[in-house]
Design a protein around this ligand. Structure first.
Ligand code: ADP
Ligand code: MG
Length: 298
């Protein structure tokens, strides 16, 4: 446990540079994808990291997971500089920090049943008997709103939303303290988006897990973020409490991102309005039903 008031995750002046081979003169060429980015996430809190495609969001998420280079600056998780781990990432870090990606179809093994996928995740860091594993697999499905019969299915037999529920259950299997959610709902249709966001919020209330929630869409992170950080071309242009960033955006880029939710195309505009309405209805329903029974999504 970290001391009270200390953030669970602290990203300090992070710069991520990729090597692009060598120039004709033999000098190493690099590309700076993230420059001097700082933010913190407290225990049980959500930071929404938003920006256009290519702005460096995934590079930051991957750096937190130790998958992108930390070229400058530091990332401190639970009081530990994660670069100081060296080549071997401690098991405790793998347990504590998990990830949910945009496309569960490519991150789930197509030849494994859901029960096998979850069973494997549950036993990776903890020895469990067969009976314990089966029981915990059932509990894991239930926690994300799936039914027992989903255990025997393969990923391609599930809907996109159900697959993302499996990916969330798998991430939760190690009882993480932080989940990097990299555009977890971007591939889903509007009503499924709001259900999955609602589920993530419910899980946060119950388990106290923190989220680094990445999205290119400001509307998606609005209802679940405590803090928002806006990224443009690898640099943070604005960050602060969600209400402040939405209600009085300080930076022109943030205003543009917010305004781009008012789209000229009527079809997209209608979808957008439906999305906003669905997200709002879900969060109202969630608040009313807080602590109530879990819904099933067959
Ligand atoms: P986002 O998630 O916001 O779309 P990314 O972090 O994926 O942005 O990418 C930021 C920039 O870094 C992009 O220009 C991308 O092409 C580049 N980039 C990402 N990964 C690599 C890599 N492994 N090597 C070189 N360039 C990369
Ligand atoms: Mg990305």
């Amino acid at each position: 446990m970290n001391a009270p008031g200390t953030p669970l995750l602290s990203v300090e002046n992070l710069t991520v540079r990729y090597r692009l081979g060598r120039s004709m003169s033999g000098r190493a060429k690099t590309f700076t994808a993230v420059k001097d980015v700082s933010f913190t996430i407290g225990a049980g809190r959500t930071l929404g990291l938003v920006g256009e495609s290519g702005s460096g969001k995934s590079s930051i998420g991957r750096a937190v997971l130790r998958l992108s280079p930390i070229s400058q600056g530091r990332i401190v998780f639970d009081g530990q500089d994660i670069d100081a781990f060296g080549r071997r990432t401690p098991l405790s870090f793998h347990r504590d920090v998990q990830v949910v990606f945009q496309d569960p179809l490519s991150s789930l093994n197509p030849r494994q049943t859901i029960a096998d996928t979850l069973g494997q995740a549950l036993t990776r860091h903890r020895p469990l008997s067969r009976a314990e594993r089966d029981r915990e697999t059932g509990e894991a499905l239930d926690r994300v709103g799936l039914a027992p019969h989903h255990a025997d299915r393969y990923p391609h037999e599930l809907s996109g939303g159900q697959r993302q529920r499996v990916a969330i259950a798998r991430a939760l299997a190690t009882r993480p303290r932080l989940i990097v959610c990299d555009e977890p709902v971007s591939a889903l249709d509007v009503s499924t988006q709001s259900q999955v966001i609602n589920l993530l919020q419910e899980l946060q209330r119950d388990l106290g897990v923190s989220y680094l929630f990445i999205a290119h869409d400001l509307e998606v992170v609005r209802h679940m973020s405590d803090e928002i950080a806006v990224l443009s071309l690898g640099e943070l242009v604005e960050s602060g409490p969600a209400a402040q960033v939405y209600d009085s955006p300080a930076h022109p880029y943030t205003r543009t991102l917010l305004a781009s939710t008012l789209i000229a195309d009527p079809a997209r505009q209608a979808a957008r309005t439906a999305q906003r309405r669905a997200l709002r209805a879900e969060s109202t329903a969630a608040a009313a039903a807080a602590g109530g029974g879990a819904q099933k999504h067959p």
